[in-house]
Design a protein around this ligand. Structure first.
Ligand code: ADP
Ligand code: MG
Length: 720
């Protein structure tokens, strides 16, 4: 048996299994070796059916019989039932709403059943309602235990693999026994250097593979999981550190500006810059002087004033000349994820630069604009794309702001010296690269984000960037008043809001959906929709105010039109999906209502309420929820008490795990590694070791195994 052998060359695989394995992306022997159990069952925790009592949370093993599916019960709920017998007694299993589950079983199947034991009121009969049911075949016996015999107190672990239709946990268990027994592990080389394994007491690859699939004790399984998690994070770090090293090697324009010069630019701001803003600018100026490309992440809570930092750095660039040239100017590109945001930046930059002879332009899918304008003194004018491209290529346009349109091949700069990416988490690494590879000379890179990422995650995902924190809010900001509103308090809350609206303020209402779900569809998600909620608010709650709507299915022209009316005060209440999430600035909007709050992550809720933090009015955030469950209430309470977004992000990471929060699927990181990202020590260790290696051996010439692995995994993992 070889690692690269297709599974089908060793095992007889039924068509249904073949499909399932394909869905899981498993084709070779090596693939299933790295298909890890999600947890371990403990045979000692198995109860006999005769011993069950009402209210128990129990696990039993037994054989299925009397399986039947009925369509109509009292309320037309699709329902199936079956008996499970273990030799001591039998108990009924009832499935509501899950007829497909019963279809995967048949009479005679041996199963593991885990769930809560309920009691029927009518006849005091015990039953499992919607328990977790897994095929087990003869698994308990194969691991040497007669589960239903006298010696059932023997303690052993058995692996439980993620199950999918067509291939059972038991199948994996059996195949793994054969694979592990084949001696194939002897052929496996451990890519992790011995010193690292020793230093952190991690098992070797061979040991870890055995321990993760067939542990003797829980501690072994744990050690194996730790090793694989470390390995994954280590390779991510290795890749990040390599990128960072290469980026730093590239030559970039030298921009030599003093802080005094910057102060003169900042004097014209309608506010005094915070110390954090000054530090961020100073840090970047240091990087600018080195002749190597800066790559920096500017992380600052919503409203911390990242735009002013970006504008100041753009100023430093536009007032610098290309090396050895007495004329022309260096250029800055600023990329934002939405048209609304790009044009908002365009407007802000005009304000920051209007006293200077600097040409600023905007490029989005909707068209191009330029400032200043001959036909519209003091303002901007529409220009053709062709004209814009010409002026960007000739270097006449010093600052180009735009959406993705900015990274198209046709956009060529004369001397691009600084690339700024706003809300960078909305872009992929590829887009980031496209922006920084427009020229032979690498531009300095400033990535900005308001997403408060826990430190461990930032170190992992953005390990190739230097980190600047904008950890100070501009003074004089009113503290937002956040209230969690349960259905009973809705009316009362609307009255409070009415008084705000009456005194001239505006409001956002965020709904989880765009349109109503199809009522004919079973189990359609019941959540407020923008369209219905706008109708309801207009006709039943706030007839005296103007209600507008915005959502992602609208064209960008429509969205811009609505946003501009809202900015101009022609709309009082803007009902929207979370598309307003990103950076939009309407100072007069002081109230935000979030419907179905339990559907949003805490960080996202925090981002959303940042929409009303911009002005001088007292801001309010009303978080409406239908669910008063303990966990939901605890999460929402954190929203009231947390001091900043970082605290909330940590809380969310603790409670929900990184995978769910930050879209693991998009990043291609395993659940195992995501779990490990909660562990700061492990992340730091992986980073330290990776940095050490890259610093002395950037091409990994002395580490061929690492190089091999990195080259092959680089194709798999791509952060988005
Ligand atoms: P974000 O960091 O979320 O992108 P912005 O750059 O949009 O925040 O700034 C939010 C608001 O705060 C803007 O209206 C901006 O003019 C204002 N602002 C920025 N810096 C300061 C400061 N130092 N003092 C007062 N207001 C500021
Ligand atoms: Mg912003």
């Amino acid at each position: 048996m070889n690692l690269s052998d297709p599974l089908s060359s060793h095992f007889r695989i039924l068509p249904a299994q073949e499909k399932a394995l394909k869905r899981l992306g498993l084709t070779t022997v090596e693939d299933i070796l790295y298909h890890f159990p999600t947890r371990y069952g403990d045979t000692a925790e198995v109860a006999s059916i005769a011993s069950l009592a009402k209210g128990d949370h129990a696990t039993v093993f037994g054989t299925i019989s009397g399986l039947k599916t009925s369509k109509a019960w009292k309320k037309k709920i699709p329902m199936s039932e079956a008996w499970v017998t273990d030799g001591s007694e039998k108990i009924k299993i009832i499935w509501f709403h899950q007829p497909y589950l019963a279809k995967m079983l048949h009479d005679g199947t041996t199963v593991r059943v885990e769930g809560k034991v309920s009691e029927k009121k009518s006849n005091a009969e015990l039953y499992f309602s919607n328990p977790k049911v897994e095929h087990v075949g003869d698994m308990p016996q194969t691991i040497g235990i007669s589960l239903f015999g006298k010696d059932s107190d023997i303690h052993a672990l058995y692996p439980v693999y993620p199950e999918t239709r067509g291939v059972t946990s038991n199948w994996f268990f059996h195949k793994m026994q054969l694979v592990l027994g084949s001696g194939i592990l002897d052929a496996i080389e451990d890519p992790l250097p011995q010193e690292i394994l020793k230093k952190y007491s991690l098992p070797t690859l061979r040991t870890a593979l055995v321990w993760i699939h067939a542990p003797q004790k829980a501690a072994d399984a744990e050690a194996a999981r730790k090793r694989f998690a470390f390995e994954e994070i280590f390779f991510i770090q290795l890749e990040k550190q390599k990128t960072r090293h290469l980026f730093k090697e590239r030559s970039a324009f030298v921009i030599d500006k003093s802080m005094e010069e910057m102060e003169r630019f900042m004097e014209r701001f309608p506010f005094t810059a915070t110390n954090a803003q000054r530090r961020a600018i100073e840090g970047a100026l240091e990087d600018f002087k080195r002749g190597h490309a800066m790559s920096r992440l500017l992380e600052g809570d919503v409203g911390s004033g990242k735009t002013a930092v970006a504008a100041s750095l753009a100023y430093a660039v536009t007032t610098s000349k290309p090396k050895g040239q007495g004329f022309g100017t260096l250029q800055t590109a600023i990329m934002a994820p939405t048209e609304i945001l790009a044009s908002q930046h365009f407007d802000s930059f005009i304000k920051y630069f209007r006293h200077l002879p600097v040409n600023i332009a905007l490029i989005t899918g909707a068209g191009c604009r330029k400032f200043p304008s001959k036909v519209n003194p003091g303002g901007w004018t529409d220009i053709s794309r062709t004209q814009l491209l010409k002026w960007v290529a000739s270097g006449e346009i010093a600052v180009l702001i735009g959406t993705h349109a900015l990274i198209q091949k046709s956009v060529k700069f004369k001397h691009l010296a600084l690339a700024i990416i706003d809300e960078q988490h909305r872009f992929g690494t590829k887009q980031r690269q496209e922006l920084t590879q427009k020229d032979a000379v690498t531009p300095h890179l400033l990535s900005m984000t308001a997403t408060p990422i826990p430190r461990t995650l930032a170190l992992t995902l953005y390990g190739d960037l230097d980190l600047t924190l904008l950890d100070e809010m501009p003074p004089g900001r009113k503290q937002i008043i956040t209230e969690v509103v349960l259905p009973g308090k809705r009316k009362e809350t609307y009255e409070k809001i009415r008084s705000e609206l009456t005194s001239g303020r505006q409001m956002y209402v965020i709904c989880p959906r765009i349109a109503e779900p199809d009522p004919d569809k079973e189990l359609a998600v019941q959540a407020k929709s923008v369209k219905e909620e706008a109708k309801r608010l207009q006709s039943e709650v706030f007839p005296e105010f103007v209600v507008g709507i915005m959502h992602s299915k609208m064209t960008s022209v429509e969205k811009d039109r609505v946003m501009n009316s809202f900015k101009a005060g022609k709309i009082d209440i803007l009902v929207s999906t979370s598309v307003v999430e990103v950076g939009v600035n309407v100072e007069n909007a002081s109230v935000i209502v979030i419907e179905g709050a339990e559907r949003f992550g805490l960080s996202q809720l925090h981002q959303l309420r940042g929409r009303v933090l911009r002005g001088t009015h007292q801001p309010y955030c009303y978080v409406f929820t239908e669910s008063s469950g303990v966990e939901t209430m605890e999460r929402l309470k954190a929203l009231k008490t947390a001091k900043n977004g970082f605290e909330l992000a940590e809380f969310d990471l603790e409670q929900r795990g990184a995978g769910e929060l930050y879209g693991r699927k998009q990043w291609g990181i395993s659940d195992l590694a995501m779990e490990a990202i909660k562990n700061l020590k492990m992340v730091e260790a992986a980073r330290t070791e990776a940095t050490k290696i890259i610093d002395t051996d950037p091409e990994l010439k002395k580490h061929p195994l690492l190089k091999l692995r990195l080259d092959s995994s680089a194709q798999k993992i791509h952060f988005e």
